[in-house]
Design a protein around this ligand. Structure first.
Ligand code: ADP
Ligand code: CA
Ligand code: CA
Ligand code: CA
Ligand code: CA
Length: 422
């Protein structure tokens, strides 16, 4: 019998089970590099994880890389895949050094920087909002040429950290100062490029938000699912609810697909799974917000795609990183229903005591999974800062209307209790 293929999965949070389950289904063994905030014990728990390899990618990327190369020489593995946004450039570099499938390093850098994504979209003739890149926290006046409202955001952020809608000049000055500070304290990467820290101001795109999960192999793109994120008007953009498949007319869905495929080509993203976010101007015209060269939501978007698109997204992504063709290239997938993800809002923030109502939700037959990334006593900072989600509920439904009804039920029944301030 041939040996089972083995992939190094970098920085996949162990409390999010889907990628591990997909690997098991696909017969792929994982060497897990735990995320910095994950424990080695919980990292090794999944059946598909046959080895845990701690690397200090954030603190010391050079020795992390040489440890990985040494591990490869001792016992070669067949692929390497990123499990979160921050490690995408590291994984691209490692893949090149080891001769494994992956993204070119320049491309990994492009999709980690919203400035370069904007520039390349424009050059390709694709939609993009007017934007200004600020050279320093005191350069806010450079943004006054834009049409307000605008959005202030880090150039290389995630999870809407530091993303703020600003309606006029008076709000702009404090917003830029605050986002700049969050960039310095939360987003600066050791060993990263000197221009990695930066703040972008861009015109507000008015319309509901959608996301697309795609696979790309040898430059051929397939959009596997389109999700509805709904109307989010700010000033902060905490994501609370995503549903799939998005209930949109066929021509709008086709326009989204075309924009997403065009963006892959514009950025040069040729291998792997991607998560793309777009706004629908006037409810119909898609404009790209950003693309991430990894599975969305640490696997949450795999769940949505698996049900709504009938595609085992994480298994396909693992295959691509092994150099194999995705199964859905040759077998037409069969969607099985509607799916939803609901994040309990952080609200005012503080030291978390518990999330009330979760036991009943766990027992609900519509619910497939409840994940919690922060335990009792953890400090949750309110937006625009961000430190984790109190709980995420994943559920399946017979219709979009039923998913909406269930969301409303969760809004009514789940709430976070924080310690009293003394
Ligand atoms: P992050 O990488 O932190 O997720 P995004 O650029 O995706 O940053 O911004 C987070 C959210 O803020 C988006 O999902 C969207 O809802 C909102 N947002 C960001 N930029 C704009 C914009 N130009 N117009 C409208 N909404 C925006
Ligand atoms: Ca194990
Ligand atoms: Ca985003
Ligand atoms: Ca992002
Ligand atoms: Ca997102």
């Amino acid at each position: 019998m041939p040996q089972r293929p083995k992939i190094v999965l970098v920085g996949q949070l162990s409390s999010f089970p889907w990628v591990f389950e997909s690997a098991e289904r696909a017969g792929i063994d994982l060497v897990l590099v735990p995320r910095g905030d994950d424990s080695v014990e919980s990292a090794g728990r999944a059946k598909s994880v046959v080895e845990v390899l701690p690397l200090d990618i954030d603190g010391d990327p050079e020795s992390a890389l040489s440890t990985l190369v040494e591990r490869f020489r001792r016992d070669p593995f067949d692929g390497i895949m990123p499990g979160n946004e921050k490690v995408v450039p590291f994984v691209a570099r490692a893949a090149r050094m080891l001769g494994l499938p992956g993204l070119p390093e320049e491309v990994a850098a492009v999709v980690r920087d919203k400035r370069s994504m904007r520039r390349l979209l424009r050059e390709a003739g694709l939609g993009a909002p007017g934007f200004v890149s600020l050279d320093g926290p005191d350069r806010w006046a450079d943004a006054l040429t834009l049409r307000f409202p605008v959005v202030v955001k880090p150039a290389n952020g995630y999870s809407s950290l530091g993303v703020v809608r600003v309606d006029d000049k008076d709000q702009l000055v404090p917003a830029v100062a605050r986002t700049w500070e969050l960039c310095e304290t939360e987003l600066r990467q050791a060993g990263g490029p000197a221009d990695g820290v930066g703040v972008l101001v861009e015109e507000y795109l008015d319309g509901p938000e959608v996301a697309a999960e795609s696979l790309v192999h040898h430059g051929r793109v397939r959009v596997c699912a389109i999700e509805w994120k709904g109307e989010m008007t700010g000033p902060y953009f905490e994501e609370t609810t995503v549903r799939a498949p998005a209930q949109l007319p066929a021509d709008v869905l086709a326009a989204i697909e075309a924009e997403v495929i065009g963006a892959h080509h514009a950025f040069g993203v040729t291998e792997g799974a991607t998560h793309t976010e777009l706004r629908l101007i006037g409810g119909v015209r898609p404009v790209l917000l950003e693309m991430a060269a990894r599975i969305g939501g640490a696997g949450v978007n795999h769940y949505l795609t698996h049900i709504a698109g009938g595609i085992d997204l994480a298994a396909e992504a693992l295959r691509i990183h092994l150099g194999q063709e995705p199964v859905c290239w040759s077998q037409e997938p069969v969607p099985t229903g509607h799916a939803a993800a609901y994040s309990v809002p952080v609200g005012k923030g503080g030291r978390i005591v518990r999330v009330h109502g979760l036991d009943a939700v766990r027992a609900d037959p519509r619910v497939d999974q409840v994940v919690q990334t922060v335990g009792p006593g953890a400090l949750l900072r309110p937006y625009p800062d961000w430190a984790g989600y109190p709980a995420i509920v994943l559920s399946h439904h017979e219709s979009d209307a039923a998913a909406v009804e269930f969301r409303d039920h969760l809004v009514r029944t789940l709430h976070v209790e924080y310690e009293e301030e003394s």
